[in-house]
Write a protein that binds this ligand. Structure first.
Ligand code: CP
Length: 298
């Protein structure tokens, strides 16, 4: 990798990504094959809610033979004790750890954390900017289904503006010559110009689903929003994947993936379809996280 940290997907080139996915695949086939990080300590400092990233990294570290410490952010609540600055909190935690997984609602907090840590940092979501390990998890799931990453037609549905998972996935796809990246999104939730990489074959569908000829359907999700940012119920309904559409309109070769959590963008009845792989994607993510931890703890 370009640096000892994994802060953005741009830190990885194609060879890095393929090496990580290959390692994750070996670990998936034989998860008990390694205790390569016995004695290592992973710190988890997640200042936003998490299910998969928190427990997935803890499970990955345990499988590698190491231990995890999880920061409780109670000091951020004034009624519990004196508030402590983010810098001091991270400086203290990182001194106990060999690597740090960090998530914060502010995109800029990541640089601040890196500046005060002595150990490698893995970005687990910096505001609405990036979520690079999620992109690796997504690529792993795509490759498991299609046995390749090049030349695919990939549909992404959701909030292109605010989905950090989408941004990192797009950044990773730069290395794999997709045939099309079809973006389906509500009005004013289009992809920011910074992510419109000129070499990528984007097509846009505002406010509607179009599954024609897709190989991958990535349901990135739509946050409810507040105030002027609320996505109207009518738009949400137009961008929801129903069981009927999954059966009749989506090609059977198209794998359905999602970073999760699900709000309402995928009907629960879709879960039973053979190409609905989002829970497998989430479960197998632990092998990707193991591969990432092995790398940053090397
Ligand atoms: N996909 C993902 O990052 O999930 P969590 O928010 O539960 O960690």
């Amino acid at each position: 990798m370009a640096t000892r940290h994994l802060l953005r997907v741009g830190d990885l080139d194609r060879l890095d990504i393929e090496a990580l996915l290959d390692r994750a695949e070996s670990l998936r086939r034989d998860p008990k094959s390694t205790r390569s990080r016995v004695g290592a300590v992973l710190g988890l400092a997640l200042f936003q809610p998490s299910t998969r990233t928190l427990t997935g990294f803890q499970a990955a570290m345990a499988r590698l033979g190491g231990a995890s410490v999880v920061l409780s952010n109670l000091r951020m609540r004034p009624e519990m004790s004196e508030p402590e600055s983010l810098e001091d909190t991270i400086r203290v935690l990182s001194a106990y750890c060999d690597a740090l997984v960090f998530r914060h609602e502010s995109p800029d907090a990541l640089e601040l954390a890196v500046a005060v840590t002595s150990c490698p940092v893995v970005n687990a979501g910096n505001g609405d900017d990036e979520h690079p390990t999620q992109a690796l998890i997504d690529l792993f799931a795509i490759r498991r289904w299609h046995r390749r990453l090049d030349g695919l037609r990939i549909g992404i549905v959701g909030d292109m503006r605010g989905s950090r998972s989408t941004h990192s996935l797009i950044g990773a796809l730069v290395h794999f010559a997709p045939a099309e990246i079809r973006l389906m999104f509500p009005h004013e939730r289009g992809l920011p110009p910074a992510w419109r990489v000129p070499s990528l074959p984007f097509t846009d569908r505002e406010g509607r689903l179009d599954f024609d000829d897709l190989d991958v359907l990535y349901m990135a999700g739509l946050p409810p929003g507040t105030g002027e940012d609320v996505v109207p119920g009518e738009t949400r309904a137009k961008l929801r994947l129903s069981a009927a559409d999954a059966a009749a309109r989506l090609p059977s070769r198209a794998v359905i993936l999602s970073p999760l959590p699900r709000i309402d963008e995928i009907d629960r009845a879709v879960d039973e379809r053979p190409n609905a792989r989002y829970f497998e994607q989430s479960g197998e993510a632990q092998y990707v996280r193991m591969a990432v931890l092995e790398r940053v703890l090397a």
